[in-house]
Ligand binder design. Structure first.
Ligand code: FAD
Ligand code: UDP
Length: 368
């Protein structure tokens, strides 16, 4: 008997899709090339601390439906993300807000900050921002751009800020209040017990094979199911026939320290050019940990090469154009669906991924 679905990738997209289809009586086989499920939200326990193995993950959404949905799998704590920026030893609050402006310019009132930003924008001569640098200067002025954005961005993306799309910087709020909350969304938090608990619940009762690369057994696996959901890299699926899409990868350097508190915050961004990493994560602070030791991770951005993890799509015009060509091939597939951050080549957050997976389920269900 065939499976109804072969699901390639046990990340959040694959797991959400599997949970919903299993609930509807469809038989699913989930495979992942990694030795664990969860994709990039997977956590590893070290000294009783949930270590975000593939980078800091904070769940946030403005969509009550998605918040209620994810809360059926876990309770969320009251964590509010407020990263700190360290520029050559000077400490600033993020996102850019009155605390940042006060530390930088000594201003106390929103109107004073607005005037400075407006003046700097005018001096830079930017009316219609066309790239990340122009967008950033137009939002927060040149001082903030030079100290808190340029170095971080160019390290993160390995490209000049003028070559990057403006939308990347629009992810960050700019506020004229003394509010250090990194997100504007109504709901946020970290799942109590970590993200693995969510994935485990989603995959309960679903056949799962870990350490299995789809491309190593493609013909055999394809024969095992009526339909396939593929959540890996779309260009790899088509054997890079139009050439590879560009991604950014990361190298994580994790250390256990015999002290209880290293940096006093979950995330500190290093925004200068000389420090080779972009941020240091101190994992216990996501869960208000009181352990006697601590675990920190330095995050080093690197260029993606085959065999490396493709953490970020580089959504500039060239790559988006190349992606559209792959997407046109995908549209012609009769029995293969594509979804998630890698197959859609989009800078999705977790709440986007859940929403997209639920939409894919609805669309599939119209077939029956
Ligand atoms: P993935 O998690 O990438 O899962 C895809 C899975 O497919 C992987 O497990 C992979 O091993 C598997 N796979 C690929 N190819 C094959 C193959 N050939 N055979 C078998 N298996 C295969 N989102 C937030 O909401 N908040 C945050 O704070 C946040 N922080 C982030 C920080 C970093 C550093 C990164 C990289 C992402 C962050 N995100 C955050 C985004 C979040 O990780 C993603 O939205 C989400 O995890 C994507 O889920 P996915 O299932 O689409 O992809
Ligand atoms: N960014 C920055 N300085 C910071 C933090 C972020 O310039 O201290 C910019 C940078 O270009 C980054 C983008 O804002 O790529 C989005 O940041 P976010 O924290 O949303 O990125 P992610 O968590 O996805 O890596």
């Amino acid at each position: 008997m065939k499976y109804d679905y072969l699901i390639v990738g046990a990340g959040l997209f694959g797991a959400t899709f599997a949970y919903e289809m299993n609930k509807r009586g469809k038989k699913c086989l989930v495979i992942d090339k990694r030795k664990h499920a969860g994709g990039n939200i997977y956590c590893e326990q070290l000294n009783g601390i949930n270590v975000h193995k593939y980078g800091a993950h904070i769940f946030h959404t403005d969509d009550k439906g998605i918040w209620d949905y994810v809360n059926q799998f876990a309770e969320f704590n009251r964590y509010t993300h407020s990263p700190i920026a360290n520029y050559k030893g000077e400490i600033y609050n993020l996102p850019f807000n009155m605390n940042t402006f006060n530390k930088l310019w000594g201003v106390e009132k929103p109107e004073e900050a607005r005037k400075i930003i407006e003046r700097q924008r005018r001096e830079a001569g930017i009316d219609n921002p066309g790239n990340l640098e122009e967008q950033a200067i137009s939002l927060v002025g040149t001082d903030i751009y030079n100290k808190l954005i340029k170095g971080y961005t160019e390290k993160q993306w390995g490209r000049k800020a003028v070559e990057l799309p403006a939308f990347i910087i629009k992810r960050l709020p700019v506020r004229f209040t003394y509010d250090n909350n990194y997100f504007n969304d109504r709901y946020q938090g970290i799942p109590v017990g970590g993200y693995n608990a969510i994935i485990e619940k989603m995959l309960e009762g679903v056949d799962t094979r870990l350490g299995a690369n789809y491309f190593d057994h493609k013909d055999e696996l394809d024969d095992m199911a009526v339909r396939i959901l593929y959540t890996g890299m779309i260009d790899e699926f088509y054997e890079y026939r139009y050439g590879p899409l560009e991604y950014r990868s990361l190298r994580f350097e994790t250390e256990v320290l015999e002290i209880d508190n290293y940096q006093g915050n979950s995330v500190v961004n290093y925004t200068d050019t000389d420090t080779p990493y972009t941020r240091i994560i101190e994992h216990k602070h996501f869960e208000f940990g009181t352990q006697s030791t601590t675990v920190i991770t330095k995050e080093y951005p690197i260029e993606w090469k085959r065999g490396y993890e493709p953490y970020y799509p580089v959504n500039d015009d060239n790559n988006n154009e190349l992606f559209s060509r792959y997407r046109r091939l995908a549209d012609k597939e009769k029995n293969v669906l594509f979804g998630g951050r890698l197959a859609d080549y989009k800078y999705y957050d977790m709440h986007h991924v859940i929403k997209k997976a639920l939409q894919a389920v609805e669309k599939e269900c119209c077939r029956y």
